[in-house]
Design a protein around this ligand. Structure first.
Ligand code: GMT
Length: 375
């Protein structure tokens, strides 16, 4: 199939999923066309089957807001005609599902039918999409998609609760390339980051308020009072300055390593002992799955789709949002006993196997085929 993929090119979960999906589909013989404003961060272009089409928005002083959706749908129309793209998969409803629909209508005018598969990822529904300013457009574009998927049962339920949806929503969970995280743990270069007796705790996110990064610092602060430990904080975002000040005030700045953006997540996870994800809301928690695939147990909140990924008492523990006492207790429980830690590490990896990309990507292929057959 010739498949167009529209996504955010950044480090965010939806962009990562879209990119990994496109790359795997290309390995399975499909021709993939990424259409977005910057080359996606995890995109490897050294493949015959992968193309990247950049959307540029010329600045014009009249516009207070530059019309990205217009440029996106125009680019899409051109690329569909040029490369004979058969189906479009949009990741993150805003504004991709809307721009896709506009392109579809323009193409229809020229006798070309372009079916659209929309994948909902989380904040496009729970935080941003349900805002009254966007809701009518988001509802419309979900209902006008030829197929709709959500990354968890929880996100499907949120979508049906928050929007008036007439379309069926299939659940296709996020997935992981297990080979990427299949470490030889003797080679992790752990000694670069910490002393032998220190436990390594990690958090990876876009450091937005929804991630509750201050809770990460508080949990780490409590843990390092009981045992030697270091915190790896990966990602950039608006909470960074606040948490730096928090670390300074708590006197733990020397124990926290701020990585910023990183393309070496697999290496960082390789030497991690525990992953923290205390988010306010999380439709899936791809970062937790990446940690589990690396054999890193997860201490998380029990919100949204996280309980579908992190299994209580098996791959880690879940607590109510903001229950720092419980999260600290659970973290210490896992880290304080080497045998227990080893069991949790093994279980985490085992749970992650359920999300092997070889099991999940064919589900998307089946949806594309089904959608094309119906046209
Ligand atoms: O985590 C974020 O804030 C980024 C956001 C995105 O769309 O890029 O992530 C959402 O999609 C991910 C991939 O499907 C999910 O794993 C995340 O749970 C989800 N984030 C939230 O729901 C907050």
């Amino acid at each position: 199939m010739k498949i167009g993929i529209m996504c955010y090119p950044t480090f965010g979960g939806s962009g990562v999923v879209a990119t990994e999906l496109g790359l795997e589909l290309s390995k399975r013989g499909h021709e993939i066309h990424f259409i977005t404003y910057k080359q996606p961060v995890r995109l490897e272009l050294l493949s015959n089957n992968v193309h990247y089409h950049e959307v540029t928005v010329p600045e014009y002083p009249l516009f207070h807001y530059q019309p990205y959706e217009l440029a996106l749908s125009s680019k899409l129309v051109d690329m569909v005609k040029l490369y004979k793209i058969e189906i479009l998969h949009v990741h993150y409803a805003i504004p991709h599902a809307y721009a896709g629909y506009m392109a579809k209508k323009m193409l229809e005018d020229q006798g070309i039918y372009l079916p659209i598969v929309t994948t909902l990822h989380g904040t496009d529904i729970t935080l941003v999409g349900s805002h009254p300013y966007y809701k009518p457009a988001v509802t419309f574009s979900i209902n006008k998609s030829d197929a709709v998927t959500a990354v968890s049962q929880s996100l499907k339920e949120d979508t049906l609760r928050l929007f008036d949806i007439k379309n069926n929503i299939s659940i296709v969970p996020n997935f992981i390339d297990l080979d990427k995280y299949n470490h030889d743990f003797t080679n992790c270069q752990r000694d670069i980051m910490a002393n032998e007796d220190e436990k390594i705790i990690t958090h990876i996110s876009n450091l937005r308020p929804v991630k509750r990064v201050q809770d990460v610092i508080s949990i780490f602060y409590n843990v390092q009072k009981v045992m030697p430990a270091k915190l790896m904080l990966v990602g950039v975002g608006p909470e960074r300055e606040k948490v730096e000040i928090q670390c300074q005030e708590l006197g733990i700045l020397d124990k926290v390593i701020f990585f910023g953006k990183s393309n070496e997540i697999d290496k960082i996870l390789c030497f991690s002992d525990l992953f923290l994800l205390p988010s306010e809301t999380e439709s899936f928690g791809l970062a937790a799955l990446e940690a589990m695939a690396s054999g890193v147990p997860v201490i998380s909140s029990n919100t949204g789709g996280i309980p579908e990924v992190n299994v209580q008492g098996v791959s880690g523990f879940l607590s109510n949002v903001g229950d720092l006492e419980d999260m600290t207790k659970n973290a210490i429980h896992i880290l304080s006993d080497e045998n227990r830690l080893a069991t949790f590490k093994m279980n985490a990896r085992k749970e992650a196997l359920k999300y092997d990309l070889h099991k999940i990507v064919p589900q998307y292929e089946a949806i594309y085929k089904d959608t094309l057959d119906k046209c």
